[in-house]
Ligand binder design. Structure first.
Ligand code: 2AM
Length: 595
């Protein structure tokens, strides 16, 4: 409707910010508001100067950086030649999605909010800071923030006479979905072209931890990679996993089995869907632009492990013919049901597939176009590359911890990507692509490089140290590795590589085996032991790289460096912190962590 335009822009690394933006776009229609929903970098940015209402949703990557599809947009906003009040006609709202276990919590959203204000924009409501660590999940912030957003809009743009807010409006498909007559065997949804994905083969898939160690960690190597493949140590390998066969079968049974047939379903594995645009503001994503069979969607595209979100409960409540199911779903989806929904879904990490199995009447009555609303796409995952372009020519290696844990549910929780990777056999073909990582190793060959990588954090350092070794520039004086694991004979990843390189004088190896003795020894303890040397390196222009789990390790490591500057360099605490901050700005102290 004219004059009721709202633009929703997102910066999304893994798809969550996009999902939340699409939800805002969908809900906007209840208030008779409409407009495009787009990645910030897809939006013709100069138009921002003439926009009136924009809602931004953005996540923050582990290192406090903005997501890839917001980088150009952000660069533009930082331009010095933008007049101070160039966004004076803009009214905006910013919702950040973050995780407070990272040091730079919601950093991208905070800086975006500040910059939009500095450029003269007016914020409609306070910055929303959703936190994955929140007791009740990120939705505990997202839901009230979005309702506040609509309150603001109703004040800003009151409904014209005759129009009312219709909270009961049904969830409708974003695209037009039709069934095609086709006997062709169709290819899986393609990986978007911009990624330049390639096919390679699994060469080996070996467990690197002992059979008695609590965790299964795999070194997976791929070969048959394209001859022009190019990457640097520190880059990441991207993988789009598939659903596990048992889960595929379970969903196919729910959608095409006897119960579904009784409820009137005409679907079968080979049913082919074509997806086309109906709303000018909602484009069809690239993988769905070619016709897709149900089995391919269920195997390759829909994330059957996703933790369901509230609108999915609403959708099931709308379609179920069963009173009991409807009541339970409606109750959980209501604002008062937040705790109940959390206990049922988020706390035990129940998956969308388990939800569907628990509500069989709803499931067998989902009209097929709504399947595209119910499921979210499988997100690609990034793994630090553990191979070196030179030492492992034509190959790619990754080190993968297989995610499996118990909640109160009977079945153990299995991470989608790691378990799919674990199931691969030598010779299997996989589609992969490469992406720049956040670690940038120095091109200088004579500066000390200290690498701290406990657990699977050691992967990028294997790439770098092997690379330097192949180039003939590795030496134990310059390359210092601090590795940590539980037990020398339990989870000492790449021990053979390290011993050989150490013996050849190519690396100084320092290992913290935390559980081989009574008291815990961690990498930071070894850094404190070596504080004189560390201070010498820091002063000599050395580089520090920290990779691994985002718990307390990165903070403790940083404190160890700070303390070496205090006790060996005579700096006060503030000056020592400033010293490391400066190193960070110069790219001499880099961290890559993951949850
Ligand atoms: P732990 O499991 O015995 O506590 C790789 O996971 C290694 O990192 C393990 O030896 C683990 O020890 C250790 N680790 C766990 N928490 C850590 C922390 N806060 N700082 C440094 N290392 C840690």
């Amino acid at each position: 409707m004219a004059g009721r335009r709202i633009l929703v822009l997102y910066g999304s690394q893994t798809g969550t910010a996009q999902e939340v933006s699409e939800r805002i776009w969908r809900e906007a229609k209840l208030f008779h508001l409409s407009g495009p929903v787009q990645a910030m970098d897809e939006y013709p940015i100069t138009q921002l100067l003439t926009e009136q209402y924009v809602v931004f949703v953005c996540s923050t990557t582990g290192q406090g950086e903005e997501p890839d599809n917001m980088k150009m947009f952000w660069k533009f906003l930082l331009r010095k030649n933008l007049p101070t009040n160039s966004l004076r006609s803009l009214k905006f709202a910013v919702l950040g999605l973050g995780d407070s276990s990272y040091a730079k919590f919601n950093y991208a959203a905070k800086k975006l909010f500040r910059r939009l204000s500095n450029l003269g924009g007016t914020s409609l409501l306070p910055l929303g800071l959703a936190d994955d660590q929140h007791d009740l999940g990120a939705d505990a912030v997202i839901d009230p923030w979005i309702s506040q957003l609509w309150d603001c809009f109703l004040r800003e743009l009151p409904l014209p006479p005759g129009l009312t807010v219709n909270p009961d409006i049904k969830i409708s498909p974003r695209w037009s979905i039709e069934i095609l007559e086709s006997n062709e065997v169709l290819k899986p949804p393609p990986i978007p072209q911009k990624f330049k994905a390639f096919q390679s083969k699994v060469k080996s898939n070996d467990r690197t931890t002992s059979s008695t160690h609590f965790q299964d960690v795999r070194l997976i190597s791929f070969n048959d990679c394209p001859s022009d493949m190019s990457y640097q140590p520190g880059d990441v390998l991207m993988v789009r996993p598939q659903n596990l066969p048992d889960n595929v079968k379970l969903l196919m049974d729910l959608l095409t089995g006897d119960d579904a047939k009784l409820a009137g379903s005409t679907l079968c594995q080979e049913t082919v869907f074509s997806v086309s645009q109906i709303d000018p503001d909602m484009v069809v994503p690239e993988p769905l632009k070619t016709p897709q069979s149900l089995i391919n969607l269920v195997t390759h595209y829909w994330d059957l492990n996703a933790i369901p979100r509230r609108y999915m409960l609403k959708l099931l409540a709308e379609v179920t013919p069963n009173e009991l199911e409807m009541e339970k779903l409606q109750e959980m989806a209501s604002p008062q049901g937040q705790e109940m929904m959390f206990d049922y879904l988020s706390r035990p990490k129940r998956t969308i597939l388990e939800l569907l199995a628990d509500f069989p009447h709803a499931t067998s009555h989902i009209p097929y176009p709504l399947l595209f609303e119910l499921f979210t796409p499988i997100r690609p995952r990034a793994f630090s590359i553990a191979s070196s372009p030179e030492a492992h020519k034509g190959e790619l290696h990754i080190l993968v911890a297989i995610v499996k844990y118990k909640t109160k549910l009977l079945k153990p929780r299995l991470g989608l990507c790691s378990n799919w990777l674990a199931s691969l056999k030598p010779g299997n073909a996989v589609n992969l692509w490469l992406q720049k990582g956040s670690l940038r190793f120095p091109s200088k060959q004579d500066v000390p490089v200290v690498m701290i990588g406990p657990g699977t954090g050691v992967a990028p350092f294997r790439s770098y140290i092997h690379q330097r070794n192949s180039e003939g520039t590795a030496s134990a004086e310059i390359l210092h590795l601090y590795f940590g694991c539980r037990k020398k004979d339990g989870d000492f990843h790449f021990s053979k590589d390290w011993f050989a390189l150490q013996k050849a004088g190519k690396v100084t190896l320092n290992c913290a085996f935390s559980r081989d003795q009574e008291d815990k020894i961690y990498v930071q303890h070894l850094l404190s032991r070596d504080k004189e040397l560390m201070w010498k390196f820091l002063r000599a222009g050395g580089y520090v790289f920290v990779a691994g789990n985002s718990n307390n390790m990165p903070t403790s490591v940083r404190e160890a460096f700070r303390d070496s500057a205090v006790s060996c360099g005579g700096l006060g605490i503030d000056a020592a912190n400033a010293f490391i901050d400066k190193m960070e700005r110069e790219g001499r102290y880099q961290t890559e962590t993951w949850a």
